[in-house]
Design a protein around this ligand. Structure first.
Ligand code: SAM
Length: 374
């Protein structure tokens, strides 16, 4: 188990043993009763639960129940997300980002020199990235594309298709977490362009965003660039339409289905309601406004997860959040992005917006110094 997941899970054990969560029959893989041991390694057998799923256990048993956001993207989740963002008439991020990339793909490709490597964090289907790939092939000739995503099988399939569609493109998918991907590519000799599209950076917990930027900055050289796609729309009515019930098949049904499969659970989708909130922050502060996503319990209920030896109590109206932080999909303004750059050792070298000024692609170049560290 990775050490942070282990720390979180162990910290939550006190809560598990005392409060709204109870451990059912807890037996380790040797058949010993281990309730009194209070070590997560003993409580859950690694034969039953894959190590990479331990952060999910940590979230379920935390006082504020949550799942890490990446957990929503199994292969089926990734397919549902992709389908929804293409066809939704009210969720327009995909279309807005596409329009900016279509108009400014060449300028983006011109921000690094040849030979180049393109790295995409949270690549998913890389559907919009095709525009950057085409511009890069035109400007730099053959190059390597490294999609980085937790949905390993999904990006491997998409990578095979990209190689077929673009002669001259070599795709080397990396299945894993964002920063593992950044560490994986850090030593490459080519000029690197790191793309972080689809507003995915905004789903990272607010308290970790600056730290992640600094971490990325320390691994980039002066010839490298970080290009982020970020939402700027704070219109409440538009947001209500964008985040309405159309997300339920992915964020409720598929998520509950995955939880039940992974942990042999009996969670019922009809007993949870998909819900979102918009949290508005002052426009002149450093913290962007953001969306919160959660499922709300319909009535008091208990959910059992056999493989976790866990009974989870939900009070009527209690929520389980669909991201580890308070935020999902931050809504930025340019002043906030400049501050973020300044504090993490970057400068805003260029930015491009759609016609409505509701979506922004911003190119960060390494600066000489980091103004204030994370
Ligand atoms: C909002 S989608 C964006 C997909 C695509 N870039 C786009 O713009 O349409 C986020 C993507 O990031 C991946 N992801 C989420 N959290 C991750 C993490 N912590 N590490 C690696 N990948 C992650 C998901 O699997 C998903 O494909």
């Amino acid at each position: 188990m990775n050490s942070q997941a282990k720390r979180d899970a162990n910290a939550n054990l006190d809560h598990v043993m005392n409060g709204t969560v109870t451990m059912a029959t807890v037996v380790n893989n040797k058949g010993d009763d281990v309730i009194n041991g209070h070590s997560i390694d003993d409580v859950i057998s690694s034969d039953d639960v894959a190590e990479e799923l331990m952060p999910v256990f940590a979230g379920l048993t935390s006082p504020r129940k949550y799942v890490p956001h990446w957990y929503l993207y199994d292969t089926r989740g990734s397919e549902l997300y992709e389908k929804l963002v293409h066809k939704s008439p009210t969720y327009k991020l995909w279309k807005h980002e596409y329009s900016v990339l279509k108009e400014h793909g060449d300028e983006i490709a011109s921000k690094i020199s040849s030979p180049a490597v393109l790295v995409e964090l949270g690549s998913g289907a890389s559907s919009k990235t095709r525009l950057v790939i085409e511009a890069m092939l035109k400007r730099h000739g053959s190059f390597t594309f490294i999609p980085v995503d937790i949905a390993k099988e999904f990006i491997e399939d998409c990578g095979r298709q990209l190689e077929k569609d673009y002669p001259g493109l070599t795709v080397e998918p990396y299945g894993g977490l964002y920063m593992d991907g950044v560490r994986h590519i850090a030593a490459r000799p080519e000029a690197k362009m790191l793309l972080f599209l689809g507003s995915s950076f905004s789903n990272i917990p607010l308290v970790e965003q600056l730290k992640m930027m600094v971490d990325i900055r320390t691994r980039l050289g002066e010839q490298d660039r970080l290009v982020l796609g970020l939402d700027m729309n704070t219109d409440r009515e538009a947001l209500s339409r964008a985040y309405d019930d159309q997300w339920s098949p992915w964020l409720r049904d598929n998520f509950i289905c995955r939880l039940n499969q992974d942990f042999n659970g009996d969670m019922k989708k009809e007993k949870f309601e998909y819900t979102f909130d918009f949290v508005e922050n002052p426009v002149d502060g450093d913290t962007p406004s953001y969306i919160q996503l959660s499922l709300r319990s319909v009535g008091n209920q208990q959910v059992h997860f056999e493989k976790l030896s866990l009974d989870l109590d939900f009070q009527d109206g209690e929520r389980i959040y669909l991201a580890e932080g308070m935020n999902y999909s931050c809504k930025w303004n340019l002043k906030q992005l400049r501050r973020l750059a300044e504090r993490s050792g970057f400068t805003v070298e260029a930015h491009w917006t759609n016609n409505e000024n509701t979506y922004c692609i911003v190119c960060f170049a390494p600066a000489d110094t980091i103004a204030s560290s994370a």
